[in-house]
Design a protein around this ligand. Sequence first.
Ligand SMILES: NC(=O)c1ccc[n+]([C@@H]2O[C@H](COP(=O)([O-])OP(=O)(O)OC[C@H]3O[C@@H](n4cnc5c(N)ncnc54)[C@H](OP(=O)(O)O)[C@@H]3O)[C@@H](O)[C@H]2O)c1
Length: 348
Amino acid sequence: MMATKEKMITLKNHRVVVSQYGEPDVLQIVEEDLPEPQPGEVRVKVLAAGVSAYDLMFRRSRTLPGTPRVPFTLGEDVVGVVDKLGEGVSTVEPGQMVAGATFCLGVGGGYTEFICLPASKLVPVPPGLDPAEAVCLVVNYLTAHMAMHRTANVRSGERVLVHGAAGGVGTALLELGKLAELEMYGTVSKHNHELVSVLGATPIDYQAEDFVERIHTLTGDDVDVVFDPIGGARQLWRSYQVLRKGGRLVWFGVAATKKKGMRVIPLTLLMVFLLKLLPDGKQVPLAPDLGKDNAWYRETLSELLDLLAAGQIKPVVAERIPLAEAARAHELLERGGYAGKVVLVTSA
Ligand SMILES: NC(=O)c1ccc[n+]([C@@H]2O[C@H](COP(=O)([O-])OP(=O)(O)OC[C@H]3O[C@@H](n4cnc5c(N)ncnc54)[C@H](OP(=O)(O)O)[C@@H]3O)[C@@H](O)[C@H]2O)c1
């Protein structure tokens, strides 16, 4: 009798969907059958899923290029346990912990208990790691690594300015910059100055100080590289002003949309285009898409996971929030004032 009852219990998936474009309360939970892995795919039971600034933009706006029609699921990165293999998969085993990006699914899909992903996107996580820390590596640390080592191609001893230094990518840039032996400065709100100092950079209060003047005063000169995830025409122009001849401005985001709205995006693109034309020996190299080079993606994510396992990096997790409270996570991102990455967690 007991066995029959157990058989009748079917496991269901719970997934957060954007039910309509709008405020955080449009994030709702749906219950559905478990997704089935197709050939070449792996079903992963998600333990941790990253929340990002992009998620807020896609939740708010149907006009942003690439936004799917509602209902859809956000989430660019996950760490979880392999639950079921699709036909032909032999690179991972059930029960193994893995990390992966969900770029291949468009805007993502990570806010869920179970997800099917191509085996080629999943990288084994060394035993014993915290899933919430590991998930920070997938998009934030890969973005930082790409910006630092492929786009800016930094050399030991160079001087860099990191904008948004207490943010998810900013803290990753500081951790990787310390390993690369860079001299670092970071723009950051006053309440996160101590964190940025501990991570090895000299903090500059972007709300109370003019960072161009402050860099001149602090360095007596300028910097070799500026990492700018803020965007906006004036911000990029000012970032360009603090570059030495031969310096590189690496722009990779538009966090300014939070305060100034979507109109910042075309102005940012126009400024990047104009700065690239200036014949003054400074460069504005553009980062390649993270998802383009799968061999780089797998190799670099593996290296980052090894650094985490060896204790050489320790991602800043702003807060671990249960998956069912995804709306609260979005409210936190919109309020700001946190440091590091906000992570959604499921019960193991
Ligand atoms: N291209 C890519 O592959 C890629 C990948 C990941 C992220 N991104 C983009 O990069 C940006 C940052 O991402 P994130 O995850 O690090 O975001 P985040 O965690 O929200 O961090 C953004 C940080 O910027 C700070 N900030 C806001 N306005 C600033 C200003 N004018 N000057 C200096 N700092 C300022 C915020 O500090 P306060 O809260 O104190 O204001 C916050 O700490 C986003 O636009 C994201 O979309 C791009």
